[in-house]
Design a protein around this ligand. Structure first.
Ligand code: 1CP
Length: 357
């Protein structure tokens, strides 16, 4: 029993039976929606949108008004933490994120403050509290953070990167300095995620978007180790017949398909996988939940292609408990909106055959 009207997502995260496979999409609120582009214009810039709880709440709810999704994700960004640490985040029109004060030296790392999430990141908690109220128990709300490694890439490179030369140079030439940064970030992230849970987030996702650019040894030392450290500090609650008494954690390393065994060993509740992974090959299905993994580019194609690819993902996962249907990465901003409806209808209709509730 739970007070949620739709608890499919939380049940699947605990590998409990459901009537059909729950579905949500990474970046489900965002630029592919005309109403988001309007709201973004009204806000003036992206950070104002994130920092105004009423607007962030509205952006969170926008995709839910169109589609029958099984979870909401709070509208925010992974780069709110570096911003709260004093790096000064801004978005230029048509460009990615940039920092006014990227990290340039070891002294910069030593001097980074650990922000109190209920102070400098209070706007995120306020957005969560408001959105929870607006959702009124309809579907669960996901809170999130970037992984320490992924945040560190932006903080050292000064923005988006293709080759990650600055952070990799530090990793190989001055690993101690990088470990100090990752340690500090882990402390910040654990505080931030616990504050999100306290504010009402019912599940947590950690986005390790750039973990896949590491060698397998470095992935364990510089990314997974710190995600595990965070996991061990989160107040997850306890499992009970009321699924909402427990806050499941999903770890998503893009490009991490070869390391799933190691990721599972962290004690996470779910692993997110991109489209390079064959779901039929994943071990321990039914014990650890799996989120994924349709290639978002499939949404450019027509209805029948979308339907057959949804069928492939569902068939590869098979008749186990613990699948959350999602894209393998965020939805592209030029995705035709009506194609999202095809995807959701296909998951609802086709997944019933795997569930006997
Ligand atoms: O111009 C705009 O309107 C800004 C576009 C945008 C949006 C809609 C950015 C800037 N962030 C977001 C929202 C966002 N970001 C959400 C909430 C929306 C939802 O999921 O419904 C979430 C969960 C994120 C997380 C995020 N931000 C990640 C991890 C997930 C992923 O996609 O890998 C990353 C890497 C970022 C950094 C970031 N923020 C924004 C952009 C364009 C980027 C990517 C930059 C890059 O490619 O390096």
């Amino acid at each position: 029993m739970s007070y949620l009207k739709n608890d499919r997502y939380l049940r699947a995260l605990q590998c409990l039976p459901v009537d059909y496979t729950p579905v949500w999409m990474m970046r489900q609120a965002g630029r592919y929606l005309p109403e988001y582009r309007k709201l973004r214009l009204k806000a003036g810039n992206f950070m104002t949108l994130c920092q105004t709880p009423e607007l962030a709440c509205e952006a969170t709810l926008q995709p839910l008004k169109r589609f029958d999704l099984d979870a909401a994700i709070i509208f925010s960004d992974i780069l709110t933490i570096p911003d709260a640490m004093g790096l000064g985040l801004h978005f230029e029109a048509g460009e990615g994120p940039k920092f006014v004060k990227p990290i340039l030296s070891n002294i910069d790392i030593e001097q980074l403050p650990i922000p109190d999430p209920e102070q400098s990141l209070k706007y995120v908690m306020d957005a969560i509290r408001l959105t929870k109220k607006e959702l009124a128990g309809k579907i669960p709300l996901i809170g999130f953070s970037g992984s320490p490694w992924t945040l560190a890439t932006y903080m050292l490179e000064g923005g988006s990167s293709k080759a990650f030369t600055k952070i990799k140079k530090m990793m190989y030439c001055d690993p101690k300095a990088l470990h100090l940064l990752l340690n500090k970030l882990s402390t910040c992230i654990a505080l931030y995620l616990n504050a999100q849970i306290q504010a009402g987030a019912q599940s947590i996702m950690i986005f390790d978007t750039w973990g896949g650019v590491l060698s397998h040894q470095c992935y364990q030392e510089f990314s997974l180790y710190y995600m595990q450290m965070i996991l061990s500090q989160l107040t997850r609650g306890v499992k009970s017949p009321d699924v909402t008494s427990y806050v499941p954690i999903t770890l998503f390393t893009k490009g991490g398909g070869l390391w799933l065994d190691h990721i599972m060993q962290t004690g996470c509740d779910a692993i997110g996988v991109d489209w390079t992974v064959d779901l039929s090959k994943i071990k321990h299905k039914g014990q650890v939940a799996v989120q994924g993994n349709l290639d978002p580019s499939i949404l450019y194609a027509g209805k029948s292609i979308i339907e057959s690819n949804v069928d492939t993902v569902l068939t590869e996962f098979g008749g186990y408990n613990g699948h959350i249907f999602n894209l393998g990465h965020g939805i592209h901003q030029d995705t035709p909106v009506e194609h999202v409806q095809y995807l959701i209808d296909a998951v609802h209709q086709q997944s019933k055959r795997y569930h006997y509730d």
